[in-house]
Design a protein around this ligand. Structure first.
Ligand code: GLN
Length: 544
């Protein structure tokens, strides 16, 4: 039977519970265990798909088409285990399922209540869809004490009784702040937060204490005494110099050892951490560096491009170089050509990422034209690929008013809404006026690559599967005109109807993809397109 590790956070938010879950998963894996990581989100949105990237950061998409919290991206990157729909649930989803059941009469007239109906649904979610796993790690979003996370905390308390205390471990994350005026670290917030947990009937087994300064032994002893845990279970977590150092740092502080001890496992195999020391070697000893300009709309909040940032870093690992990222607001390129040249000329590669809506689109198109004409490596992702097609249509194929129906009715729609497409489950249909949530082509779809294309050589195969998240598609009727202009459609959906990849044979590295390759890149297995893009940027850096 799988054992459960529940991760909670106290004192403040943003303590890095997601990275803790991901690192603990990686450490258990390194000891030969099979682990899966899940996340409970206490907000009322049914899924994060319709939440603004400005507020919530990136929406991470799984192979099976779930729009999830960005922490699932960390989980995948750190463990290599592909997340599934069943690995992320929000309060909104729990309530909407329960209300749908109530409307159908499934409760036979019973009074439907938070306890037991909501808590039971949460417990079912935790236990659902578990194959032959050793450990299930569940992260609970939010902070202990929030009203909205209460049903989750109560469900976990019940679950620890249902499963037996020997099968459940609670890891609680807290903050140990440094008060500069007093020159002291303060343990009181940790004590209060643990007292709050015990008030809900949960005694944490391991405390992960985030701190800007090393926590002296006396302070650890104090935390242990007041919080009723062994001193060895008070784990100090200092700020790491790279997120990829976190598994190693937490291991050195004894995190995995203490979690196993709390389960009563004394004879666990020693971890093989070579994968992580190799990555840190690449972080610490780059042999060069490149600068990539990312021309997008949500650049003020880099969390909106979390996976993209990591995939670029992984491309750097593959080439043993450091990747500097310049986040450039596309809107600033809409009026001034000089600004555009000044900002983009020093870039060794230009990337236009995914996005929604018209704002900044003319700036993106201008940046793409610059990359094309100056032969600077260019990578277009999703909306970035669509903009590359519009740029080619306008400037090379003579369709001056080329546009996408996403931006309105005017102009010639090179990109349009498709209403039917094939998936593994058969024909999918959507309508222009459908709900915003759940009307996109989402999740993994296969594509076929032209044998002699640049992308086929990057991938080393002509059959790929990549994750999608978009409503609009390049209209295949325009392919002949765009190809005459110089853009090659080198990847298509297996039925030949949906363009998946464009490239330019007359350019050192110009690739646009309709999917999101960044979602599948891992530090120990960098995505081939990011590896290729950074290699091309490295070439470019030698030219300028
Ligand atoms: N807005 C575009 C579409 O819906 C692109 C989406 C994206 O970049 N993820 O097709």
């Amino acid at each position: 039977m799988a054992r459960f590790i529940f991760i909670t956070g106290g004192v403040v938010s943003s303590l890095g519970k997601g990275l803790l879950a991901a690192s603990l998963g990686a450490l258990l894996q390194a000891r030969g265990y099979k682990a899966r990581i899940r996340k409970f989100d206490p907000y009322l949105n049914v899924d994060p798909g319709t939440m603004s990237p400005y507020q919530h950061g990136e929406v991470y998409v799984t192979d099976d088409g779930a729009e999830t919290d960005l922490d699932l991206g960390h989980y995948e990157r750190f463990t290599g285990v592909s997340a599934r729909q069943s690995d992320n649930v929000t309060s909104g989803r729990v309530y909407s399922d329960i209300i749908a059941k109530e409307r159908r009469g499934d409760y036979l007239g019973a009074t439907v209540q938070v306890i037991p109906h909501v808590t039971n649904a949460i417990k079912e979610f935790a236990l659902n869809d578990i194959d032959d796993l050793d450990f299930v790690i569940c992260e609970i979003g939010g902070t202990i004490g929030d009203i909205e996370s209460l049903p989750f905390v109560e469900a976990l308390r019940q679950l620890s009784n249902d499963l037996g205390r020997e099968n459940v471990v609670f890891v609680h994350t807290t903050l140990v702040p440094y008060i500069a005026a007093a020159g002291e670290l303060k343990t009181k917030p940790t004590q209060h937060s643990v007292r709050e947990m015990t008030g809900y009937g949960i005694q944490p087994d391991v405390l992960l204490c985030r701190s800007e300064h090393p926590i002296p032994p006396e302070e650890r002893a104090k935390i242990a005494l007041f919080c009723n845990v062994p001193e060895s279970a008070v784990i100090q977590a200092l700020d790491a110099r790279s997120i990829y150092d976190v598994p190693l740092a937490y291991h050195n502080e004894g995190l995995d050892r203490e979690v196993l001890r709390a389960f009563g496992i004394e004879d666990a195999p020693e971890p093989d951490l070579k994968r992580w020391t190799d990555i840190m070697d690449r972080v610490d000893n780059p042999e060069g560096e490149v600068t990539i300009g990312v021309v997008g709309k949500y650049v003020s909040l880099p969390d909106a491009y979390k996976s993209l940032r990591e995939a670029l870093v992984h491309g750097g690992f593959a080439n043993k170089v450091k990747v500097n990222i310049k986040w450039l607001d596309a809107e600033m390129f809409e009026s001034e050509d000089e600004e555009l040249a000044a900002k983009l000329e020093p870039m060794h590669g230009i990337l236009v990422p995914g996005g929604f809506g018209e704002r900044g689109s003319e700036g993106k198109i201008a940046a793409i034209k610059f990359a094309r004409t100056r032969k600077i490596p260019f990578f277009g992702i999703c909306l970035g690929m669509q903009m590359a097609c519009i740029e080619a249509a306008r400037n090379q194929a003579g369709i001056e008013d080329a546009t996408t129906t996403e931006f309105g009715e005017e102009g010639e729609p090179i990109i349009g809404l498709i209403t039917e497409w094939m998936s593994e489950e058969g024909l999918q249909k959507r309508s222009a006026d459908g709900d915003l949530g759940g009307t996109m082509r989402l999740g993994a779809y296969d594509a076929k690559l032209s044998p002699n294309s640049a992308v086929a050589s990057q991938y080393g195969t002509t059959e790929i599967s990549e994750r999608h998240r978009h409503r609009y598609e390049v209209n295949k009727n325009y392919i002949p005109k765009l190809e005459q202009g110089g853009l090659i459609f080198s990847g298509m959906s297996p039925d030949g109807l949906l363009p998946e990849i464009v490239e330019r044979p007359d350019h050192p590295w110009f690739i646009g993809v309709q999917f999101h390759p960044e979602l599948k890149s891992r530090p120990f297995d960098p995505h081939p397109l990011f590896k290729g893009f950074i290699a091309a940027a490295l070439e470019q850096s030698r030219l300028v």
